[in-house]
Ligand binder design. Structure first.
Ligand code: SF4
Length: 273
């Protein structure tokens, strides 16, 4: 049977020997993969090696007190695009990214909220020869399929706290699924950059950092630990959204505190930046 599309209606041409009844059965339509994107950045330099195309996806189940992108929390606040449209955008930079040792990073929000969308894009980027990094809080790690696992070259794993109580206060969610995903990445020998946001009087507790440093040191595949000093660059967004920003009186960490935390990780033989 051959088939042509005219407007929104099928025109059927029935070849000799085929029954009209069979000819009328439409082929299953390939489902279009779509997702919600907060923004696209074309020259990122911090979310993986080299120059990165960074796709910030919408949707997050955490509510971190220091979040500088609360406008990514709700899926449908993002722009809905198809995976084809996203790939067209990526394709226009692909040769440049490859030439300069970069690639594509998927970030958010929390990318695993849109697991099928990100898996589709990661697969296609990988097939295009692009380095793929995925920035995640790890909480939905159980949704990472073996295929997605294989398509990601570098995991940027944000561990907000080791202490379960502090993690709950910071994010509103349990830490155990995050640690479980970290162990899975380690067991599978995946490359990771672990990220930790240092907030005075919130995540800086000595024993919290000690616990995290011990945990991270027990993992394989951790190429570096990034200690990210708290800042208030997103505070205005909380105000715009009518949200109560609880850290308005919290200062950035002092150089001494940053140094102490660096040392806590470095003393376990970890590379800290
Ligand atoms: S995980 Fe990231 S995007 Fe989600 S609330 Fe926390 S800081 Fe914001």
């Amino acid at each position: 049977m051959s088939r042509s599309l005219k407007g929104s209606r099928y025109t059927l041409r029935v070849d000799q020997g085929e029954t009209p009844a069979a000819a009328r059965v439409p082929e299953p339509k390939q489902e279009e993969v779509t997702g919600y994107v907060h923004s696209l950045e074309t020259a990122g330099t911090v979310d993986g090696p080299g120059i990165r195309f960074v796709a910030f996806l919408s949707g997050c189940q955490f509510r971190c007190q220091y979040c500088h992108n609360p406008d990514t929390w709700h899926l449908k606040d993002g722009r809905r695009i198809t995976a084809d449209e996203a790939m067209d955008e990526i394709e226009s930079y692909a040769d440049f990214l490859i030439k300069y040792g970069g690639g594509v990073t998927f970030s958010g929000g929390e990318v695993m909220v849109q697991d099928k969308f990100v898996a589709n894009l990661a697969r296609r980027c990988k097939q295009r020869g692009l380095h793929v990094a995925l920035d995640t809080n790890g909480y939905l790690g159980h949704k990472v399929t073996p295929q997605l696992m294989a398509d990601v070259d570098l995991w940027l794993l944000d561990i907000k706290s080791f202490d379960p109580q502090i993690h709950r206060i910071v994010t509103g969610a349990e830490v155990e699924p995050v640690l479980e995903f970290a162990r899975r990445l380690s067991d599978e020998g995946r490359m990771m950059w672990v990220r930790f946001v240092l907030v005075p009087d919130l995540t800086d507790d000595f024993n919290n950092v000690e616990g995290l440093a011990d945990f991270v040191a027990s993992l394989t595949g951790v190429e570096r630990v990034e200690v990210l000093p708290f800042h208030k660059m997103g505070e205005y967004k909380w105000a715009e959204m009518g949200l109560d920003y609880q850290l308005k009186d919290t200062p950035p960490p002092s150089p001494e505190l940053i140094e102490r935390v660096h040392q806590q990780f470095a003393s376990r033989g970890l590379t800290v930046v």
